[in-house]
Design a protein around this ligand. Structure first.
Ligand SMILES: Cc1cc2nc3c(=O)[nH]c(=O)nc-3n(C[C@H](O)[C@H](O)[C@H](O)COP(=O)(O)O)c2cc1C
Ligand code: SF4
Length: 407
């Protein structure tokens, strides 16, 4: 398992934020190489690398790029998802703040592969410093002639809605409309921003691309598991001794990752872990011998999502943890779909009264019933993301909820 920092190699070098500093360690070398390659060859390399989207869904990146209709006469857009709203996730922030040119280089190469001349970077509104650093790097890249000669980049700031991280909600917002998700299909690669074929990729996904071009698809694929290449940046928070962003192979297990972050803090005894951001079903202390790749977490009944790992020691109240999440989902639902709009509010109110000591006997089964009925019926995956925690927290820690309900 690799311990070589790849995506995070410049994190401790403040100079890397500048073009000169980035170039010192070979920055933009991959772009020079990619310019000698046919777009189809870049796409094939990304396919062979087994790179899978690191924003949440884990979709194979090369395959997504290949969906752009061949011979499309109009513009093709590249959209970078830098919204990073998933609870417990803060790795894209590190990339934007500490290695902004890596993203620009990834965008240049991706844009060549999909034949795009215009890229958008949609940055979470609260990310003021990451936006400042990244925007300065874009200006520098323009001054150096890296941008503006084949690829233009527009940096767009969001206004703080979680749903604008969902790719079609993001596109609506980019188009100047309310950030409402759209029904798929058509998928953005066919009909995306402003009605044109659009590739939406996460910040970290695109930061992997220069390394694939520079060091080869086979090398990248070999860093990970059979079905997912590369390393990944895990945001580790909660009750660990050294919270932070850890880059490691996707073949690491959750147990090893917690150890890497210094082990369990607080009581020192693990109760539960959220392995992939707020929307991932929770795992108990007995379920942490799982590999932290897309398929490993899927097999364990959870998901790697955005790789936001939240560790809970024995002193953490699971009902209170669910209350925080339930409030978040009730607040952030965009309201287009009845099951999502109504159920998130009902469930929040029921969890609230349970935690307050006024829960009713039937509340837990009502929450499970309401959650299950709505799953798979909505426009976007937001609601399915909320259902995972509702069900798993209650099913795995039911006694803790019951203890709060008056007999
Ligand atoms: C409710 C919701 C919120 C999302 N938020 C983000 C986000 O903040 N950042 C992100 O990259 N992807 C987010 N996604 C996933 C995106 O829809 C999309 O799959 C991703 O940007 C594609 O990039 P990738 O293939 O490089 O992972 C979200 C999805 C949902 C359903
Ligand atoms: S599932 Fe929820 S967030 Fe997604 S479109 Fe429907 S109402 Fe909006």
């Amino acid at each position: 398992m690799t311990t070589e920092p790849i995506l995070s190699r410049n994190f401790d070098r403040p100079a890397a934020r500048t073009l000169a500093g980035y170039r010192e360690t070979g920055g933009y070398g991959a772009w020079a190489r990619a310019q000698e390659m046919e777009p189809a060859a870049i796409l094939e390399a990304v396919k062979a690398s087994n790179l899978r989207g690191l924003g949440g869904a884990g979709f194979p990146t090369g395959m997504k790029w290949s969906f752009i209709p061949k011979g499309h006469a109009g513009p093709v857009y590249l959209v970078v998802n830098a919204d990073e709203g998933e609870p417990g996730t803060f790795k894209d922030r590190y990339l934007l703040e500490r290695d902004p040119h890596a993203l620009i280089e990834g965008m240049l190469i991706a844009a060549r592969a999909i034949r795009s001349a215009l890229g958008f970077v949609y940055i979470r509104g609260e990310y003021v410093q990451p936006w400042r650093v990244f925007d300065a790097a874009v200006r520098e890249a323009y001054d150096a002639g890296l941008l503006g000669r084949g690829l233009d980049v527009i940096v767009h700031r969001g206004a703080g809605a979680y749903i604008c991280g969902e790719e079609t909600g993001l596109i609506s917002s980019l188009e100047g409309k309310k950030g409402w998700p759209k029904v798929k299909p058509p998928f953005p690669a066919i009909k995306g921003a402003f009605g044109q074929p659009t590739i939406v990729n996460n910040v970290e996904t695109l930061c992997c691309v220069p390394h694939i071009v520079a060091r080869g698809a086979a090398w990248f694929a070999g860093l990970g598991t059979k079905t997912q290449g590369g390393t990944r940046m895990y945001s580790v928070s909660g009750r660990v001794r050294r919270p932070g962003v850890y880059e490691t192979s996707v073949s690491i297990t959750l147990r090893q990752l917690i150890e890497l972050a210094g082990g369990v803090a607080g009581t020192g005894r693990l109760k539960a872990v959220v392995p992939g951001g707020g929307s991932a079903p929770i795992l108990t202390a007995d379920e942490i011998d799982v590999t932290m790749d897309v398929d490993g977490l899927k097999a364990a009944g959870s998901m790697i999502g955005s790789a936001g790992v939240v560790v809970m020691d024995e002193s953490v109240s699971i009902p209170e943890a669910l209350l925080v999440l339930a409030r978040f989902y009730a607040h952030e639902s965009c309201g287009q779909c009845t099951p999502c709009r109504e159920s998130t509010g009902w469930i929040y109110r029921m969890v609230h009264r349970i935690v307050d000591g006024h829960g009713r006997k039937e509340d837990l089964d009502t929450i499970l019933d309401v959650a299950r009925r709505g799953a798979g019926t909505t426009i976007c995956a937001f609601y399915d993301g909320a259902v995972g925690p509702y069900i798993s927290y209650i099913e795995k820690f039911r006694a803790e909820f019951e203890a709060l309900i008056p007999k």
